[in-house]
Design a protein around this ligand. Structure first.
Ligand code: SF4
Length: 398
């Protein structure tokens, strides 16, 4: 059995206008936080005994704000307490401005940091006016330089994040973003439609009428252009919002979609035992610190997490949602073995109108000789239906 580890670094130098992730600007707590984090990493090792870790993802927030020394402490705690597979995928999220010298890039400094073999850069757009509007701290040149710098540092697996449907963004601006991204020699692209989350600055500005939201037609046109340009650049569209050159899919994110167990460390991080239990660490730095960094060795005060036991219907719905997100779709023999014939029959009955309309595809090409989970046949979304995936998924849920 294998598992993934997610490590949350909840610090940001300032808040971006669209973001509702759990993070704080209290950088003075960083050192105390890393000590607490290392305690959580150590305390939870029994949750995945006899399990090899195949992916480590350090996300945020802004992990690249950590000094090499603090990052090293985290890696030391991980490698001391878990069985890390040789060749594990180790991803570090970075912001482009943290690669703008000084300071020196922390990625390759220190022995354990050499384990980082994948970097995910939060670029969002190469348009300087839009970057300024959404309150990113870098400009387009800094973003381009950051990719080049990582390449010079020997990082051979670089992913970038882009957002489309930004306020006032035209199709031509989006095309420029895509052209720039694919000209940089990256291996992976995550591209998301802007969503207006409650409580963010951007949502307030929209509600005040400062700009209008992109229409559905504009978003669809941008998504279609994204799919087309990615295809032309040789990227496979392996998940609704994710594109990769062959061999460069995100193994870590793929484990979320395929039900592999993962442990999430830090406030706001989620964990899943691969069976029926999901754990959510509360999004509170103070509660986290008081639990894991008390003078008597940690784990005091109110529990900084909650647990949920998933019902069979929850698992059925997750299998539908996660399966349809991916290019492989829902593995029907596996669905049958997990949920039984009557749920499979219901799934196929609900899928029938969408199959008839070619929004869903029953891919029998991978039918196994001799059967067995993981080898088809599969039910997957047609690429043309990916933009309306939500409504199709809800039709297939129990
Ligand atoms: S988008 Fe990233 S850098 Fe910006 S506030 Fe959110 S977590 Fe921080």
């Amino acid at each position: 059995m294998s598992a993934g580890l997610y490590i949350h670094i909840p610090f940001c130098r300032s808040r971006c206008a669209y973001c509702d992730f759990f993070s704080t600007t209290r950088e003075e707590e960083m050192q105390r936080y890393v000590q607490a984090l290392c305690r959580e990493i150590e305390a939870r090792r029994q949750e995945i005994p006899h399990t090899r870790v195949r992916t480590i993802y350090i996300g945020g927030g802004t992990p690249s704000l950590l000094s090499p020394t603090l990052l090293q402490q985290i890696f030391d705690a991980v490698y001391a307490n878990y069985d890390i597979e040789d060749g594990a995928e180790v991803t570090l999220e970075m912001n482009p401005d943290d690669l703008d010298p000084p300071p020196a890039p922390p990625v390759m400094e220190g022995s354990r940091l050499r384990e980082v073999n994948r970097v995910s850069l939060g670029i969002q757009t190469f348009d300087d006016q839009l970057l300024h509007l959404i309150r990113r701290r870098h400009d387009s040149q800094t973003a381009i330089q950051a990719v080049r710098r990582l390449q010079e540092e020997g990082i051979r697996n670089i992913s970038i994040d882009l957002i489309y449907g930004l306020p006032g963004q035209t199709l031509a601006q989006w095309e420029h973003d895509l052209d720039t991204a694919f000209s940089l020699g990256i291996q992976h692209l995550s591209a998301y439609a802007l969503s207006y989350e409650e409580g963010t600055l951007l949502t307030r500005w929209r509600d005040e009428g400062r700009f209008r939201e992109a229409t559905d037609e504009e978003s669809v046109a941008m998504y279609q252009l994204l799919c087309q340009r990615a295809r032309q650049a040789g990227f496979e569209h392996y998940e609704i919002s994710n594109f990769a050159l062959p061999g460069f899919r995100s193994r870590h994110n793929s484990s979320y979609w395929t039900g592999i167990p993962y442990l999430g460390f830090g406030p706001g991080a989620h964990s899943y035992d691969g069976l029926r239990t999901r754990r959510a660490n509360l999004p509170s730095l103070d509660k986290y610190l008081s639990f894991y960094s008390s003078p008597r060795g940690g784990q005091e005060g109110a529990l900084p997490f909650s647990c949920e036991t998933l019902t069979t219907t929850d698992l059925h719905n997750e299998a539908v949602m996660c399966g349809l997100r991916t290019r492989e779709g829902i593995d029907l023999p596996r669905f049958l073995s997990r949920f039984g014939q009557s749920r499979l029959d219901a799934l196929l009955a609900n899928a029938a109108p969408h199959l008839h309309a070619h929004r869903l595809i029953l891919d029998e090409s991978s039918l196994p000789h001799g059967g067995g989970p993981g080898r088809g046949p599969r039910l997957r979304l047609a690429e043309s239906a990916l933009m309306i995936s939500d409504s199709i998924m809800s039709d297939l849920m129990a």
